[in-house]
Design a protein around this ligand. Structure first.
Ligand code: 5GP
Length: 197
């Protein structure tokens, strides 16, 4: 490669990767939509999952809803940048989506759980990781119950999972406590502004 060419390829801006995790009910969906409205040039990684769509969720918008067979074939083919079993369902991020956006210089948000964040950290050590905490476990339970979308069993599974996830919060670079939505929004936007080139 000539010196000029080499310089050119070094100057190509690489996309910045952000991972956001939070226990279910901590307000992550609301906060992610705030980010996407504020920064309309960020690519949101739509995950693949084997879970069934909830009322109002759209295929290819909220998730790519796929069968367990397709998901596990994807594991064998190595098409997931990371994948995990969460609440007895599979969830995964497309490696192609990630790589093509990073090399095109697009910033990307991954909304994934702690197991996924650990895998992404191992592959992309520069990733900016953010954990959103509920103000307390009691407040989380209240939010899950008032949402009215999940049965008692599902709420209990989510609460157990939340405790496990919160125990791992120290792997994240930034922690935001969502006790007041406006404050959490500002903190999150501040983090994105700090890292985006
Ligand atoms: P939900 O079913 O409530 O939409 O999501 C359940 C959990 O799965 C959330 O913590 C969410 O962040 C996580 N999740 C969603 N997509 C992915 C993914 O692609 N990979 C991993 N590891 N977790 C995901």
């Amino acid at each position: 490669m000539t010196k000029e060419k080499n310089k050119e390829s070094k100057d190509v801006k690489q996309g910045c990767l952000f991972v956001i995790s939070a226990p279910s009910g901590a307000g992550k969906t609301t906060l992610c939509s705030v980010l996407l409205e504020r920064f309309d040039d960020i690519a949101y990684s739509v995950s693949h999952t084997t879970r069934k769509p909830r009322p109002g969720e759209k295929d290819e918008v909220d998730y790519f809803f796929i069968s367990e067979e397709t998901f596990t074939q994807g594991i064998d083919q190595g098409i997931w940048a990371e994948w995990a079993e969460v609440h007895d369902e599979y969830y995964g991020t497309s490696a192609d989506f990630l790589e093509s956006n990073i090399s095109n210089g697009n910033d990307i948000i991954l909304d994934i759980d702690v197991q996924g964040a650990e895998q992404i950290l191992a592959k992309y050590p520069d990733v900016i990781t953010i954990f959103i905490m509920p103000p307390s476990l009691d407040a989380l339970r209240e939010r899950l119950e008032s949402r009215g979308t999940d049965s008692n069993d599902v709420i209990e599974t989510r609460m157990k999972n939340a405790e496990k996830e919160m125990a791992k919060k120290s792997i994240y670079r930034h922690i935001i406590v969502n006790d007041r939505l406006e404050k959490a929004k500002e903190e999150l936007i501040g983090i994105f502004e700090k890292y985006r080139k």
